[in-house]
Design a binder for this molecule. Structure first.
Ligand code: ADP
Length: 393
């Protein structure tokens, strides 16, 4: 992937503060207001946004709306166009066609600093020579917010991120998690109506990441008017934080819905495999069910024509061990102890089936024959297709 300069809308981390375009239009960002008040924007709308680099389309006619106050996760594999979409909202990327709207305002032609957006990227992008408070104040100074208001807003933003006690430190005197909090405080200080977060937790270790996830959820509760676009390749982050998830793949939007909708009723195999784990089995539709190898399975065919090929999706935790409805016979290929559960991989008619079952006292061994089953209501029949892993093989 092409290297990116660490950027922040309210502070370009070029090391040259003079680089940041002062807006000359302080009215762009309200200089005063109730503490914590954010400017409502009416959400974000991508209207057929296409971006190409050197003739290659990396974002293909994206239509997507983030409602006011909503957290939308852009989830997808590396290179699928997520960051490009986010940078189109920020104003760092000019679409070849289409429009970006913030509320009713078409901002497609506006420079970044005129959009009233806060942005946080993975690499923190703090100025090393500035203290924490100065880093947070940076975007406000660039916008010529009066001194007293700057002080108030910096204190407020540091308070919200739990960094009030660190105002006088330099970034090098902070941990990675603390630096990211400062970056978030800096984005919040301008009281943005839209907050763009680009893999904000990727540089943190697992424990810090889950703490910061909870923090972000809390911030969102405290800033209910701020629309958040959150780029991640991590489904746990998307499922935890997002009101809705937009699944991206190869420059295209593949699905969009609430985490529950995408998990329980995915629209395609790619989405099923990217939002949660999924068994994706190629089947032939028959009246009232489907055929997998020789096994006749009862599932809702949702009107698919008998004889058609389709993909059967069953979540691993909905596959049981032993006899039951929709019985499958398989050979154990691998069994993993995961504390409260065992993950079993079995070969069923040449296909891998995963089952997550409660910890077994006497687990089957590699090579054992086992019976597996799942309830008809727990399976979803999807258009024929493969999951994210297989697509890349
Ligand atoms: P993601 O955020 O999903 O990982 P990106 O939006 O960063 O994906 O990138 C999408 C595609 O665009 C990738 O193939 C990437 O290499 C390419 N790309 C991104 N930025 C540039 C750039 N400045 N110049 C050329 N190609 C780019």
């Amino acid at each position: 992937m092409a290297a990116r300069a660490p950027l922040s809308v309210n502070a370009r981390a070029t090391g040259a503060p003079g680089d940041v375009p002062a807006t000359g239009a302080p009215g762009d960002v309200p200089a005063t207001g109730a503490p914590g008040a954010a400017r409502a924007t009416g959400g974000i709308r991508f209207d057929g946004v296409t971006v190409a680099y050197d003739g290659t389309t990396v974002l293909d006619a994206l239509d997507l709306t983030v409602e006011p106050g909503e957290v939308m996760a852009l989830l997808g594999p590396s290179g699928s166009g997520k960051t490009t979409a986010l940078r189109a909202v920020a104003g760092f990327v000019r679409p070849a066609s289409g429009r970006v709207l913030l509320g009713e305002r078409d901002v497609t032609g506006l420079p970044p600093h005129r959009r009233g957006i806060g942005m946080v990227v993975q690499q923190y992008a703090l100025f090393p020579h500035l203290r924490v408070a100065e880093n947070v104040a940076f975007g406000l100074r660039a916008r010529r917010v009066p001194r007293a208001a700057v002080r108030e807003r910096v204190a407020e933003a540091l308070d919200m991120t739990g960094m009030g006690a660190y105002a006088r430190r330099h970034p090098r005197e902070l941990s990675g998690g603390q630096q990211q909090r400062v970056a978030i405080a800096r984005a919040l200080a301008i009281r943005p109506g839209v907050l763009l977060l680009d893999e904000p937790l990727s540089a943190l270790d697992a424990q810090l990441r889950s703490g910061m996830l909870a923090e972000l959820a809390r911030l969102h509760r405290e800033l209910p008017d701020v629309s958040i676009l959150y780029v991640t390749h991590d489904q746990v982050e998307a499922l935890t934080l997002a009101d809705r998830i937009a699944v991206m793949d190869r420059a295209r939007l593949r699905a969009c819905g609430t985490p529950q909708q995408l998990y329980r009723a995915p629209q395609n195999a790619f989405t099923a495999s990217f939002v949660g784990n999924a068994n994706l089995l190629p089947v032939t539709v028959r009246a009232g069910g489907a055929l997998l190898g020789g096994a006749e399975l009862k599932v809702d065919t949702q009107g698919a024509a008998p004889g058609a090929t389709a993909t059967l999706c069953v979540r691993p935790h909905l596959v049981g061990l032993g006899d039951g409805p929709n019985r499958l016979t398989g050979t154990v290929r691998e069994i993993q102890w995961r504390g409260a559960t065992h993950r079993l991989y079995a070969d069923v008619a040449g296909h891998r089936v995963m089952a997550d079952v409660r910890e077994l006292r006497d687990p089957p061994a590699h090579g054992d024959q086992v019976a597996l089953h799942f309830a008809p209501d727990d399976a979803v029949l999807l258009p024929a297709g493969v999951g994210a892993d297989e697509e890349r093989r």
